[in-house]
Design a protein around this ligand. Structure first.
Ligand code: MRU
Length: 346
């Protein structure tokens, strides 16, 4: 992986601008928490684990930039920044998981000096970043045996290094199998409306020289019918206790097609994507983004003026359509609620 999705630089956070890929590889610096919040909202950085890392760095950055000797004022301001980060995007639970982790640290450090709290927040954000990288490598190791030589493996959206601190979840499994010497072909759904598949996943696979073919989102069923796809692996934004999984819009349709054609459908995600407060996917909040993302393609209108467009960014795949959820603690299978419990007590 010869890019850095996100980088802590002491007094600023450097992001790879994912809106401009694959045409331009350019980085930009966020020097305050508001610019990081805008970058998350505007999808310069996206993907569940990556926005969790970005939010935690945003809080650490806010602490660096606060010049006050009054602990109450300092803490009050940082709580506001935590809230600002929570409001950026609603579906990916990793964002809330990371912000809560930073906030818990803040609550534990009330007896420390402001300078000490600043240092602890920075350490925690860097720790979240490092852990994400390690976890993704474990997900890759745990999932790679699912891929066989000559398989056709389909993925949707981008669950690669760009969506995480590095290595990726679904793409991490693909990468680990490839590095082990398995030879297979990856099919990449282009993923309308923002094209995370054809722009980002295809870009990552091309760099790794893993053979890949981009499909428009309506082609997968036909390829499954013709035996070209043997396995589907996608990422996740939030997983409920019963295994219901929110991921990029279009995932649900793929899972139904997979069931009909007998193709195994797997989700790859860190356990931080599991929302144990939710019994089922019914309660997962689904982000609705602007209609303009559908009516326009890279700034150019592609629908008649005045026409309406609907833009839910995610859908929920019921657990009954999921063969297994590949995590850093192993592969969870039905009944997910019981097996998740076991995973957390190990
Ligand atoms: O809207 P995005 O691009 O943030 O959506 C990303 C996805 O749906 C990914 O599949 C998911 O976050 C998993 S990333 C490891």
């Amino acid at each position: 992986m010869n890019f850095k999705t996100i980088e802590w630089r002491g007094d600023r956070v450097r992001l790879l601008d994912q809106r401009r890929l694959p045409g331009e590889v350019c980085y930009f610096d966020c020097r305050d928490p508001s610019s990081l919040a805008r970058a998350i909202q505007g999808m310069a950085i996206r993907g569940a684990p990556a926005i969790g890392v970005a939010a935690s760095m945003g809080i650490a950055l806010a602490a660096q930039k606060l010049h006050t000797h009054n602990l109450e004022v300092f803490l009050k301001n940082l709580k506001k920044v935590c809230q600002q980060m929570r409001q950026t995007r609603p579906t990916a639970v990793n964002l809330f998981w990371a912000v809560n982790r930073m906030e818990r640290l803040l609550d534990r450090t009330r007896s420390f000096s402001i300078e000490e709290i600043k240092a602890k927040l920075e350490d925690e954000a860097l720790q979240i970043y490092k852990e994400d990288l390690q976890i993704n490598r474990k997900i890759g190791e745990n999932g790679k045996r699912l891929i066989k030589d000559r398989d056709g493996v389909l993925t949707h959206c981008n669950a690669g290094g760009l969506a995480t601190a590095g290595f990726g979840t679904a793409l991490g499994v693909i990468q680990a199998a490839w590095t082990e010497g398995k030879r297979f072909h990856v099919f990449v759904d282009e993923t309308r409306p923002l094209l995370q598949g054809s722009r980002l996943t295809a870009w990552e696979l091309a760099q790794e020289k893993i053979p890949a073919t981009v499909l428009t989102d309506n082609m997968a069923g036909w390829l499954m019918k013709n035996g070209k796809i043997n396995l589907i692996i996608v990422g996740a934004d939030r997983i409920a206790r019963n295994g219901d999984t929110a991921n990029k819009i279009g995932t649900y349709g793929l899972a139904i097609l997979a069931k009909y054609h007998g193709v195994p459908f797997y989700v790859a995600a860190p356990t931080s994507t599991l929302d144990r407060s939710l019994p089922s996917g019914e309660q997962i909040p689904i982000e609705e983004r602007s209609a303009e993302e559908v009516t326009h393609l890279r700034g150019k209108r592609i629908t008649p003026k005045g026409i309406k467009a609907y833009n839910p960014a995610f859908d929920v795949t019921p657990h009954s359509l999921i063969h297994g959820i590949i995590t850093e603690k192993g592969i969870a299978r039905e009944p997910f609620h019981k097996n998740f419990k076991k995973m957390f007590t190990k």
